[in-house]
Design a protein around this ligand. Structure first.
Ligand code: SF4
Ligand code: SF4
Length: 103
């Protein structure tokens, strides 16, 4: 005799129905969190050594590097966490990590 499986999963709530402790009040809020406040080292780019390859831009885990059409790059210190990945990957050794100082 076959038994009918009565087990049913509770339907998952949508993100809008999550309790108030939810950490995502609405989508697309990451730009409001200035993660650069966590940094203890900052990258400094030597523009004379930079060859404009854009590798630092592609490796940065926080999308904190802007890569312009002329090949120049710039670090957005509002979001750079100072991980040093860009300095590690730069083939021209144009990025140096320097200790952050309080202003
Ligand atoms: S990886 Fe280095 S050489 Fe390439 S764009 Fe970035 S700073 Fe310039
Ligand atoms: S130090 Fe890290 S977070 Fe900052 S620009 Fe370089 S790769 Fe991005």
């Amino acid at each position: 005799m076959s038994q009918k499986n009565e087990f049913k999963l509770n339907p998952k709530p949508s993100w809008k129905e999550l309790p108030i402790a939810s950490i995502i009040p609405q989508p697309s809020t990451s730009r409001f969190y200035l993660t650069g406040d966590w940094r203890s080292f900052r990258p400094v780019i030597d523009k004379d050594k930079c060859v404009g390859c854009g590798l630092c831009w592609s490796y940065c885990p926080d999308a904190a590097i802007k890569w312009f059409e002329d090949g120049s790059v710039e670090v957005d210190l509002n979001y750079c966490k100072g991980c040093g990945v860009c300095a590690e990957e730069c083939p021209a050794k144009a990025i140096t990590m320097v200790e952050e100082v309080e202003e």
